[in-house]
Design a protein around this ligand. Structure first.
Ligand SMILES: Cc1ncc(C[n+]2csc(CCOP(=O)(O)OP(=O)(O)O)c2C)c(N)n1
Ligand SMILES: [Mg+2]
Length: 895
């Protein structure tokens, strides 16, 4: 605190002496400059530390603007015209929401978030955000999702969106189109680039995007530029663990291409963010502690003269001690209240404002609404080097909504204004709409030759075009890559390998390929050794912006831990969320950078869709491409690890994501076919899809791919007959479905059934129930809508049309997975799966516990034959004995 008088009195130090110290410091600052003054302070601090009198740690600076008035510089824009433009944007944003809710009051929308963010956005649009051009990659901007009406409203002034589109805000299903509620690239692929509305995702994505930009530069895949990544967040949003979860990465990596702007309106949805505390100070401490450059923009220019007069630091002290709940109250109260509560604590303060009228006190602006202050902060941020910057800008939620919303706890959900409130807003922002028109709340766009439109267009032209604009810039790949995958189609010659090892072999091949080699981005969250990928450390190196500043302990070994500035592997440490953010940056680089990077993110499968599904959902929204590999997958295939690790869920959790193709392959050739096809579809045909492939750590001999074109097609479509029974005469028939490692249990059951019970069973490898399910529902839908035409037949039904016998499916995932297709199979389907909590034990014990081993597949088959009246119950009972099945065993679902 700047007020030392209290301290001085308590400690018995002569205030005169303090004054002399301050004057000496001032003299150094004036005569020797800022650097010298800092050195002096550092030396004094060290000295004090040494003598045991070090100052108490504080991560905070006083509650004032970080940039002093003297350092503010000049504002280069035309402030008046920019205010006019901003006012029009405010109006149209408000009109959008108000109009939409008149038509349908359930439609929602947000006015107050943009009302608080308008100046923060507009300074960016008029002076900082650079568009993507052929010459320059442009800046990346994550807009606060709930402020979308403001971004649409600006695009309307820019002439990029029509009044009709604004009219249909949040009514995307209107025949003439509409605008999505929030930033969704899936829905507006030429406009939005980054989905931000699930809070906390965009800050994390922004950090990893900024780091990925550096990765591309360090690997010479794109030129070095000074492009920036901007992320606009809410202060309430910082409570999401993802928001602050990776801020140390940003400083560790010196990401001075990253700027966070936190809109500190002190409110979230229900009420104050920190009623009893100070969110700005809390965030300042967190970011400073993490090594960020923190710029606070708390007070507007109106406050400058007051601080100038605050020689004793009383005002700063008072503001620093005021909790946010009270600060919010000042917004809704009168000037007299402000006088009493801000200045009434000390006669010296009251004197300071004795000539300031109440009205002026009431309207004292906070920093985030003052273009000059915001401009100075942004300029300082873009010029800052060595670390990322966060701008903490004090704003007012619902700014301009007057008594109906400004600073009120209800403001977040406000979407209606009465005529009086509209009139006030209109007058406050000088919108040229007369009283009669107000009831209609029309949109307003000045004519093309107006100063406003001319200015706005000129600014954007100067900055390289409109933001946001999403444009796919990459060129399709050319080669078909047959040679890369050929060796995996011929089997492992009896050598026992896991599908994970097979995948790593493919990855190694891809990394060597002249076309895609450099585009492959392997991503691991500290599990490379788990997946046997350590050989890649040496082959392509681990990316480190600093290279390797130490000699690794294992340097003498062949596979040492090699970090390199041009390393290719993103070894993210233990953060699936961060790794996914890297996947998103790499998987969307085809649009962001025009570069077809192909991410392969391999992780412990339980910690993927189960843990970070919202990021995967956002990746789909962003039209990301690439491969997610769920390693150590399968509830009974991952032995030993137990309840938290064994994944029997992820294929169910993959279901809702429309663009995610999910596969559970058993053999190396299946994976080869899937990956090759994936690369073709995504990077040659440009489909906006991505892949989820589970791979296991159970080693077995990989068979060669059976001959015939239908195999390849079947693998991709979701199922194919892997091994038919040779016994064509038996009356007892069955079709067994297996997937992943459980396919081998089905194969063992096939033998058991044949040898012991005379049942001839065919075995199918079901590589993707999701693919079968999507095909089924799509076919059904087509039939529903085309009753007079020849009905189409789902692929799974086609496969089984000539396949006699009972149907039994076994999976390492929930029984719901095979049951997804049960309605399209010709007869009843018995499903075996792994519902319940996992256990730590060996595979054999686990498969018995979950009732998915060859014995249970055999039993289920016999049971189905019994149901069909093909065999006697005694046969089944005998089988239970022979197979040593404990009929009183624990139910895995309930124990
Ligand atoms: C993950 C997630 N949880 C909840 C919400 C719902 N939600 C939307 S806005 C909001 C409050 C936002 O407050 P803040 O971040 O301070 O933004 P402001 O509108 O105040 O600028 C909430 C809870 C959401 N969008 N995402
Ligand atoms: Mg807020």
């Amino acid at each position: 605190m700047t007020d030392n008088s209290g301290v001085a009195r308590v400690m018995g130090i002569d205030p005169q002496e303090i004054q002399e110290w301050i004057e000496s410091f001032d003299a150094v600052l004036k005569e020797e400059g800022q650097e010298a003054a800092t050195v002096l302070l550092d030396r004094l601090r060290s000295r004090a530390q040494k003598l045991g009198a070090g100052p108490a740690f504080t991560a905070n600076t006083p509650y004032v603007n970080t940039i002093p008035v003297e350092k503010q510089g000049v504002f280069p824009g035309d402030q008046e015209i920019e205010r006019r433009i901003k006012s029009l944007i405010r109006w149209n944003a408000l009109a959008m929401v108000v109009r939409a809710n008149r038509v349908d009051h359930s439609i929602g929308g947000h006015i107050s978030t943009y009302a608080s963010a308008a100046t923060l956005f507009e300074i960016g649009f008029n002076h900082f955000f650079r568009g993507r051009t052929d010459e320059f990659e442009g800046d990346t901007v994550y807009f606060q999702g709930h402020a979308s009406p403001g971004v649409y409203s600006r695009a309307f002034l820019e002439g990029r969106l029509s009044a009709k589109q604004l009219e249909n805000f949040r009514r995307e299903l209107r025949p003439d189109g509409g605008l999505s509620s929030y930033p969704h690239p899936w829905l507006m692929p030429d406009f939005w680039e980054y989905p931000t509305v699930s809070m906390g995702l965009s800050p994390l994505m922004a950090i990893y995007q900024a780091r990925f930009n550096r990765y591309l530069e360090d690997r010479a895949i794109k030129p070095k530029t000074n492009a920036k990544v901007w992320a606009f967040l809410g202060d309430g949003e910082t409570d999401e663990p993802e928001t602050l979860g990776a801020i140390t990465l940003a400083s560790r990596e010196n990401l001075d291409n990253l700027i966070f702007v936190i809109n500190c309106n002190l409110q979230r949805l229900d009420g104050p963010v920190r009623g009893n505390g100070k969110i700005v100070q809390e965030l300042e401490a967190a970011f400073r502690g993490a090594g960020w450059n923190v710029i606070k923009v708390l007070w507007g220019s109106d406050w400058d003269p007051l601080f100038e007069r605050d020689v004793d630091g009383l005002l700063v002290k008072g503001l620093g001690e005021m909790v946010d709940g009270e600060a919010q109250k000042l917004v809704v109260e009168s000037g007299a209240y402000v006088r009493q509560h801000v200045f009434g604590t000390d006669p010296r303060l009251l004197k300071m404002v004795e000539n300031v009228p109440d009205e002026a006190l009431r309207t004292l602006r906070v920093g985030g609404h003052d273009p000059r202050k915001v401009y100075a902060a942004y300029k300082s941020a873009v010029e800052h080097t060595g670390s990322p910057t966060v701008i903490l800008a004090r704003t007012i939620k619902g700014y301009g909504l007057g008594e109906s919303g400004e600073g009120r706890n209800i403001t977040h959900q406000q979407k209606k204004l009465n005529e009086e409130e509209l009139r006030e807003f209109r007058s406050r922002f000088g919108i040229p709409i007369n009283d009669e028109q107000l009831a209609d709340t029309p949109f307003y766009r000045p004519t093309e030759d107006s100063r406003e439109i001319q200015y706005l267009r000129a600014r954007r032209q100067e900055l390289g075009g409109y933001v946001p604009t999403r444009k796919v810039r990459s060129k399709p790949l050319v080669a078909d890559h047959d040679a890369l995958f050929r060796e995996f189609l011929t089997g492992s010659d009896g050598r026992e390998v896991s599908t994970t090892m097979a995948f790593v072999g493919m990855l190694r091949q891809m990394l060597r390929d002249p076309e895609i080699g450099k585009l492959v981005v392997p991503i691991v969250p500290d599990e490379a050794r788990t997946f046997g990928m350590e050989s890649l450390f040496r082959q392509v190196g681990i990316y480190s912006s600093r290279g390797q500043l130490y000699e690794p302990v294992d340097q003498h070994t062949l596979l040492y831990y090699k970090e390199a500035k041009d390393g290719q592997i993103l070894e993210e440490g233990i953060t699936e969320a961060g790794s996914m953010a890297s996947f998103i940056a790499a998987g969307s680089a085809y649009a962001t950078h025009g570069i077809n990077t192909i991410p392969f993110f391999i992780y412990y499968s339980m910690f993927g869709l189960q843990r970070i599904s919202d990021f995967i959902w956002a990746a789909a929204d962003m039209r990301c491409r690439g491969f997610l590999l769920g390693g150590t997958a399968g509830r009974t295939t991952l032995a030993g690890e137990g309840l938290q690790h064994q994944d029997g869920n992820s294929h169910i959790l993959a279901l809702p994501i429309p663009t995610l193709w999910a596969y559970d392959p058993a053999f190396a050739y299946e994976i080869a076919v899937i990956i090759q096809e994936g690369i073709r579809r995504m990077y040659k045909d440009g489909e906006s899809i991505f892949y989820y492939i589970t791979v296991m750590n159970e080693a077995y001999a990989m068979p060669p791919m059976p001959p015939g074109p239908e195999i390849r097609e079947g693998i991709l479509k979701g199922m194919y007959k892997y091994r038919a029974s040779e016994n064509k005469k038996s009356k007892l028939r069955a079709q067994l479905f297996g997937s992943g490692a459980i396919l081998r249990e089905a194969l063992k059951a096939q033998e058991l059934l044949e040898e012991k019970y005379g049942v001839a069973a065919d075995v199918w490898s079901v590589t993707s129930y999701k693919a079968l399910y999507y095909d089924g529902i799509n076919t059904e839908r087509w039939n529903l809508l085309h009753p007079a035409e020849k009905a189409r037949v789902p692929y799974v039904s086609q496969c089984l049309s000539d396949s006699p016998g009972v149907l039994v499916a076994a999976t390492d995932y929930l029984k719901a997975l095979p049951n997804l297709v049960s309605k399209w199979v010709p007869r009843r389907l018995a499903a075996l799966g792994t519902d319940g909590f996992g256990r730590s034990d060996g595979r054999e014990a686990l498969r018995n516990f979950f009732e998915v081993d060859s014995r249970f597949i055999t039993l289920a088959t016999l049971h189905e034959l019994l149901q069909d009246g093909k065999i006697e119950a005694t046969v089944v009972e005998k089988a239970i004995q022979d197979l040593r099945i404990d009929t009183e065993k624990a139910n895995p679902l309930l124990t």
